[in-house]
Write a protein that binds this ligand. Structure first.
Ligand code: AMP
Length: 406
């Protein structure tokens, strides 16, 4: 990995990595993304984000560092709020790493500093939610400095928050040598690698609610992909722009012209562009709503498309057959409702069965592959929704830029 030029990834390897540091006996402030989903009883419903940080944490344990972990959870609006406490995360982490994790009730202050001062090599502390202080999201310089006082080195392993210019992401990095953890590196490696140097044929599957949310991704991928498959709510703006009646399906009126420009531009480059040919429609998105299967040209008024139909699944699956790289971002329908989830799950299976490097990133797509039961068969599932999208849009991540150059 010494030779930057031979790597598909530009940008990350001129930054310090945790492996470049001599961390034995040192205090590491590791910014992780433990922003896990909780149920109404505050139980963790999915601990993938915690497990994704384990390679960095275990490495630091093995190297004999003193490990200070910090994260945000939810949107507590700058005030301490028990509903957003990381206490349950500390317990889950302790179970996962089979080592004691000391939970501190605040991320800064004299008591926190005193507890950190008493740490022995290999000890692990998890700080309370960074966002209990409004200064975190405001990227307050004094707050960043207060966090930096806890440690000798700053490690960013929070890919899911790397697109935020917050105190624990960029501010703190001004005061300490700042390096990337393994998860951050892996995320950048896969997502940036697929954009910079994909093995062809490269197929992008884009879905989700709105065209506006994915426009920049399409533009950035335009010169790299061989095929673009569009499903989900965003497909109906494209279909409407082609002159079809799409009934009450989700349409962004202010995007119609742009949709045509994009489709024509993509096709002019010789890229194949696929839209649904049939869809499941309903009058509402209630689970008990009556559904019908119609062709994409025949969506009646009063009905909206909520999923792609079997012919679209077949068309899209055939388009994936010879792919060597597949990037999937966004569900094919309102998959949160069982009755409208078949198209998304079928595509999840087609992606999982493909003999290709398969990368799933952004939004709810990771949840969709997990519910389809195929997560294990996907090459890489990104842990960061917004951050993954920004990378795919070709934007520089503030969290990555803030790290120390080699
Ligand atoms: P995004 O965050 O843009 O990837 O959008 C994900 C959301 O798109 C999911 O919550 C889906 O329910 C929604 N979605 C997918 N297909 C449709 C559709 N045909 N109509 C409305 N919403 C949809």
């Amino acid at each position: 990995m010494e030779d930057n030029e031979s790597l598909p990834i530009k940008g990350v390897w001129n930054k310090l990595s945790i492996k470049d540091l001599s961390i034995k006996g040192k205090k590491l402030f590791i910014r992780v993304d433990f922003n896990v989903p909780l149920d109404e009883n505050l139980n963790i419903t999915d601990d993938r984000r915690i497990r994704s940080a384990l390679p960095t944490i275990n490495y630091a344990i093995d190297e004999g560092s003193k490990i200070i972990l910090a994260s945000h959870l939810g949107r507590p609006k700058g005030k301490a709020d028990k509903r957003y406490s990381l206490a349950s995360v500390a317990r889950r982490l302790q179970r996962l790493i089979k080592k004691e994790v000391t939970f501190l009730p605040d991320c800064i202050g004299p008591e926190t500093e005193a507890a950190v001062g008493k740490m022995a090599d290999g000890d692990i502390i998890l700080l309370e939610n960074l966002r209990f202080h409004a200064e975190e999201e405001a990227n307050d310089a004094a707050f960043g400095k207060a966090l930096s006082k806890l440690a000798d080195y700053y490690i960013n392993d929070a890919f899911g928050a790397a697109h935020r210019s917050h105190a624990s992401i960029t501010g703190i990095a001004k005061f300490l040598p700042a390096a990337a953890g393994f998860l951050l590196q892996k995320e950048i490696e896969y997502l940036q690698g697929v954009i910079n140097n994909p093995v062809r044929p490269f197929v992008a599957i884009l879905g989700g609610a709105k065209v506006s949310g994915k426009i920049d991704v399409i533009k950035n991928l335009e010169n790299k992909v061989d095929k673009v498959i569009v499903g989900g709510g965003m497909a109906y703006t494209f279909l409407k722009a082609e002159g079809y009646n799409v009934g009450d399906s989700l349409v962004e009126k202010d995007m119609l012209e742009l949709a045509t420009t994009i489709r024509e531009g993509v096709v002019a480059k010789g890229i194949k562009f696929y839209l649904p040919v049939d869809c499941v429609i309903a009058q509402s998105i209630e689970p008990a709503a009556e559904t019908k299967l119609v062709t994409a040209q025949e969506i009646p008024n009063g009905w909206k498309a909520v999923d792609i139909g079997p012919a679209s699944v077949k068309l899209f699956s055939i388009a994936l057959e010879n792919a060597k790289t597949i990037l999937w971002n966004g569900p094919m329908g309102v998959f949160e409702v069982d009755a409208f989830s078949r198209g998304t799950y079928a595509i999840a299976h087609s992606v999982a069965d493909a003999y290709a490097l398969t990368i799933v990133g952004g939004g709810d797509t990771d949840l969709a592959v997990s519910r389809a039961g195929v997560s294990e068969s996907i090459s890489f599932i990104s842990t960061g929704g917004g951050a993954a999208l920004e990378l795919l849009e070709g934007k520089a991540l503030p969290g990555l830029m803030a790290l120390t150059d080699k």
